[in-house]
Design a protein around this ligand. Structure first.
Ligand code: ATP
Ligand code: MG
Length: 180
């Protein structure tokens, strides 16, 4: 099973992000826009994982979340990752947030303790808006959104055979219950 950890968003944030996607489309941006139900902030991509390790994967989220208190994220400017294998990724950035980096670091440590392999790439927090994206004018700005972060969600990413698209299934939610 293909697994990853993310911060899931409340419905009103998803609505605001969908409105931002409309702003992006209105300047002529093309690409595979992220569907409402798959908007998220990735914390760690585990990738293909034997189902026998699911308990350990949930435990890592629980252990990390137990050390962190709920916090808020604030959106920043849009940006993109240069064209790679998956085409240009257009994203909405986030203001630097120590609490987010602490959560992500705790999760990495807990995953290592559960003997999952470490991610060697630096963590670049971003909210993907569209993949294989193309645009030709300045990207529109978005009035800053405050996003509550209440916990870590472990998602399974499952490819739908008929559409070929990935669907995310929340398998486990570990709520932040540490001291602020
Ligand atoms: P598609 O690959 O068809 O565009 P997707 O990216 O939504 O679909 P997944 O590839 O399963 O679905 O990715 C799930 C999440 O994990 C996404 O946030 C994605 O950006 C992130 N992710 C996927 N692969 C990696 C990777 N190799 N390293 C880091 N993050 C990844
Ligand atoms: Mg992908």
């Amino acid at each position: 099973m293909r697994l990853f950890y993310a911060i899931d968003f409340p419905e009103e944030i998803k609505s605001a992000l969908m409105r931002y996607q409309s702003d992006l489309r209105s300047i002529g941006t093309t690409g595979r826009f992220v569907r409402r139900d798959t908007l998220h902030l990735t914390l760690h991509f585990l990738g293909e994982t034997p189902p026998s390790q699911l308990m350990k994967a949930k435990k890592a989220a629980d252990q990390a979340a137990a050390t962190c208190a709920p916090f808020s994220l604030c959106t920043a400017s849009p940006g993109s990752f240069a064209k790679g294998r998956g085409g240009e990724v257009l994203w909405l950035g986030l203001e630097p947030c120590k609490a987010l980096l602490d959560v992500q670091g705790q999760l990495e440590d807990c995953l290592e303790r559960q003997e999952f392999k470490k991610d060697t790439k630096p963590y670049r927090p971003h909210i993907t808006m569209a993949r294989d994206a193309d645009w030709s004018t300045d990207l529109p700005k978005l009035d800053p959104l405050t996003i509550p972060a209440d916990g870590i969600t472990l998602f399974e990413s499952r490819r739908d055979v008929s559409t070929g698209r990935y669907r995310y299934i929340p398998l486990h939610i570990a709520s932040f219950c540490g001291e602020a």
